[in-house]
Ligand binder design. Structure first.
Ligand SMILES: Cc1ncc(C[n+]2csc(CCOP(=O)(O)OP(=O)(O)O)c2C)c(N)n1
Ligand code: SF4
Ligand SMILES: [Mg+2]
Length: 291
């Protein structure tokens, strides 16, 4: 059974001290998650928080929820399994741009088409932070890194278009440069009944570019609400998503007003139906003994 109680952001902060570089954007993301979870009001023991591997994937350990810092690129399959096995849990998945759109990229469409009820938060810093600054799938063309001294020759993946194209029913973007707005979109993503995606432009202060730092985000960010964007307008959401890499839109890009049923709810219904028509255990044993 689920229960709601009065909780504060502090209730979700674990005793583990983050080992992120001072100034890393992920500090802001975890703060926003504490605030969002406090607003939701589910106690930590009713929350499962799954991540892959990367600097950003350390995040579940800094919360008091049940955490699983799992395998690179595998946050989503594990999170889906947890939700299906125990639909009463509030399930969060998180990780980096590499985790979600490189090695784990093949899992994203399937999580979306199944529409498992979970919130997926990607800390998009356009770099592989943990392994010391190689190109990631969202690195801009031309970016020079330790592994690309002459600049990247590849176009980046656009996470917003990617998830919209596969039919994600909730798509948002945020930055720790606006913590209240980031907490608000994460809260909305958690409350959304289905697969909800939040792309967080989370600066890597050690390997990231100047224009991807908090100060630059503050100057660049454009709240979608102030642009008059209607989040139920899918066509406009696609149009705005094309600006990924040039514009920093924040807020809800798309919210399907008529979401399809979630896989976890459909499976629960089917299990219920099948158990209604099932023979009692004693009768099965009798038939087995007779045969
Ligand atoms: C199967 C596997 N392949 C590669 C790695 C090495 N590795 C660990 S984290 C990482 C990339 C991290 O980048 P990202 O997911 O963007 O997270 P960030 O550190 O930037 O937050 C890689 C390549 C691994 N741990 N496991
Ligand atoms: S390397 Fe980058 S992403 Fe990793 S902790 Fe440091 S600032 Fe954050
Ligand atoms: Mg990264």
């Amino acid at each position: 059974m689920t229960s709601l109680c009065t909780l504060t952001a502090k209730d979700f902060k674990s005793d583990l001290k983050p080992i992120w570089c001072p100034g890393c954007g992920d500090f802001g993301v975890v703060q926003a998650i504490y605030r969002a979870l406090a607003a939701i009001g589910r106690p930590p023991h009713q929350i499962a928080f799954v991540s892959g591997i990367g600097c950003s994937s350390r995040i579940p350990g800094y919360t008091t929820a049940y955490g699983f810092n799992s395998v690179h690129g595998r946050a989503l399959p594990i999170a889906q399994g947890i939700k299906i096995a125990n639909p009463e849990l509030l399930v969060l998945a998180a990780g980096g741009d590499g985790d979600g759109f490189s090695i784990g990229g093949g899992h994203v469409p399937h999580a979306i088409r199944r529409n498992v009820d979970l919130a997926y938060i990607v800390m998009d810093n356009q770099i592989y932070g943990l392994t010391k600054g190689q190109l990631s799938p969202t690195s801009p063309r031309g970016l020079r890194t330790v592994s690309s001294a002459f600049g990247s020759l590849e176009n980046p993946v656009n996470p917003l278009s990617y998830v919209l194209a596969y039919g994600a029913p909730f798509v948002a973007q945020g930055t720790p440069a606006d913590l209240p707005a980031l907490a608000a979109v994460i809260e909305q993503a958690i409350r959304y009944p289905g697969f909800a995606f939040v792309n967080v432009q989370s600066p890597c202060v050690t390997y990231g570019e100047e224009e991807q730092q908090i100060k630059a985000h503050k100057a660049r960010m454009k709240p979608l609400e102030s642009l008059g964007h209607d989040p139920s307008d899918l066509v406009n959401a696609f149009r705005l998503a094309q600006d990924y890499g040039t514009e920093l839109y924040t807020g809800v890009l798309y919210r399907n007003p008529d979401p399809s049923p979630t896989l976890d709810s459909l499976m629960r219904e089917r299990q219920q139906k099948m158990s209604e028509g099932a023979l009692p255990r004693e009768r099965i044993l009798e038939l087995f003994a007779q045969s």
